[in-house]
Design a protein around this ligand. Structure first.
Ligand SMILES: [Zn+2]
Length: 67
């Protein structure tokens, strides 16, 4: 993954489990060696993924009704 600002390959700083967070279960820290931008990548938990899947199903149903 490259830096949003300068395009340099980011350096992986580590993963952290987020046991207290319901929506995201892991955060990955990345940093840019060139411009020192700090990037955090939040990985969705199974609960959040399920929520999005349910939401997709609902929105698809609505579209079908209109047709
Ligand atoms: Zn950078």
């Amino acid at each position: 993954m490259n830096c949003w600002h300068c395009g340099t390959e980011l350096i992986w700083g580590g993963d952290h489990d987020m046991e207290d967070d319901y929506d995201y279960d892991m955060v990955t820290n990345l940093s840019c060696p060139k411009c020192h931008t700090h990037v955090e990548v939040y990985h969705p938990s199974k609960f959040l993924i399920k929520e999005y899947k349910d939401y997709d199903k609902k929105s698809k149903r609505k579209k079908r009704k209109k047709l």
